[in-house]
Design a protein around this ligand. Sequence first.
Ligand code: HEC
Length: 110
Amino acid sequence: MASPQWADATTEALFVRACADCHSNRTVWPWYSNVAPVSWLVQRHVDEGRSKFNIHVPGFGRDADEAAQQVRSGKMPESTYPPLHPTARLNSAERAQLAQGLAATFGDDE
Ligand code: HEC
């Protein structure tokens, strides 16, 4: 399994909190993902997220260099996610730090 050379431990920790469920192979499936039709929606979401950016595939997916920008602009994590996963809520300092760390780790498309 590929894995990134994280710029620092904080970046990795924030990523695990806010992104890893949809952008790594280490998804922690929530209980409601066992209940159809939610299960199909969650699976589709994770498949789609991973297809663009997955820290466990070689090269990390074609949109890895957009990760910093997605965080900076507030597009990621997806707005439906933090309400269900409170640990994914990022305050503005954490958001800035994660964006900077992602840019250092995966490059910055901007
Ligand atoms: C609940 C699932 C989920 C979480 C959590 C999540 N993402 Fe995503 N992500 C997606 C999905 C689905 C897509 C594909 C749809 C889209 O581009 O909006 C995506 C797309 C992306 C893309 C590609 C954007 C593009 O325009 O092609 C990047 C980069 C990304 N996410 C980074 C992140 C980062 C960084 C985090 C954490 C701060 C994160 N995501 C959290 C589901 C998620």
